[in-house]
Write a protein that binds this ligand. Sequence first.
Ligand code: NAD
Length: 346
Amino acid sequence: MRIMITGGAGFIGSAVVRLVLGETDHHALVFDKFTYAASLGGVPRDHPRLTVREADICDAGAVAQFLARERPDAILHLAAESHVDRSIDGPAQFVRTNVLGTAVLLEQATAYWRALEPGRVFRFHHVSTDEVFGSLGEEGRFTEETRYDPRSPYSASKAAADHLVRAWHHTYGLPVVLSNCSNNYGPWQFPEKLIPHLVLCALDGRTLPVYGKGENVRDWLHVDDHARALLLVLERGAVGHSYNVGGRCERRNIDVAAQICAILDELAPRADGRHADAIAFVADRPGHDRRYAIDASKIARELGWQPRESFEQGLRETVAWYVENRAWCEEIKRRGYDGARLGLGA
Ligand code: NAD
């Protein structure tokens, strides 16, 4: 297959590209604007099955030209503004890329798909988030049937994109699949996200900020497990269906912070105490969703997907990766993140 991967230079996109190039015969056709969040995560640019185009999904001409030239069999759509705190400070860019950009891509994909020779298989896979379902109390999990209830500008823009993708399927027959995944972690994640942010604060000898009382719960999944799920849904998912993807791994933020500190006490001990001494509770994120948890039984039952990485082992390897890759972290931070608190919506 020739797979167009929008956002293929981002955290999850580059994990997909590594998987495609390393474990399949498919071609990876990356279409990415290369915003502050992009790095291509260790992918060798000169790989014979890789094409990289720097362009914006909101640019209909660039999308049409790319489709005409590269002739993909599928589109895996990951390009998005993805950082929730930034969506609180500047929602317009999230609406532009996530909503308008998805609509532009759908229009161009539909024109391209309609002109394909009869019998040629084509798929449009929209990669979305569990945050579209809102916030849970102590009990329950999100299923594919859970009512949408997005509550941040980020999740509202992703929900809008999900609705557009379904509308294009129902109205124009575009063969789409969707997936909604929980929080990812792993190497090459932009250092604004919880896990790399805490590791880098600890290594710099700064305080480790934890929002509110640290009691918000997230359901963690290793990015390589997500990448495997994405290819499976793309190749074998039923047209028109969505699949929830999650690790059955709920953790309170404060417990994740404590676990990171314990690993760092071994890998990079402080001279003057334990890393956990530097944890500080800070003002909560406005509208902070309390708990997310995914019921991933549909993708397990229908497509045979299961996560392979345990959180304990995956977290240890991830923390070690950030300790060993400070140069990458410093470089990407220089391009777009100085470590300051974002998302207070002031
Ligand atoms: P990321 O921010 O690391 O990467 C996003 C990529 O999209 C970047 O390479 C960026 O350059 C590109 N991009 C942004 N705007 C663009 C535009 N207008 N045109 C073309 N490219 C553009 O994000 P990520 O964490 O890799 O997330 C990828 C996708 O997965 C997103 O759609 C996100 O909503 C979804 N998702 C993420 C998570 C998570 O935990 N990170 C969980 C579930 C779903």
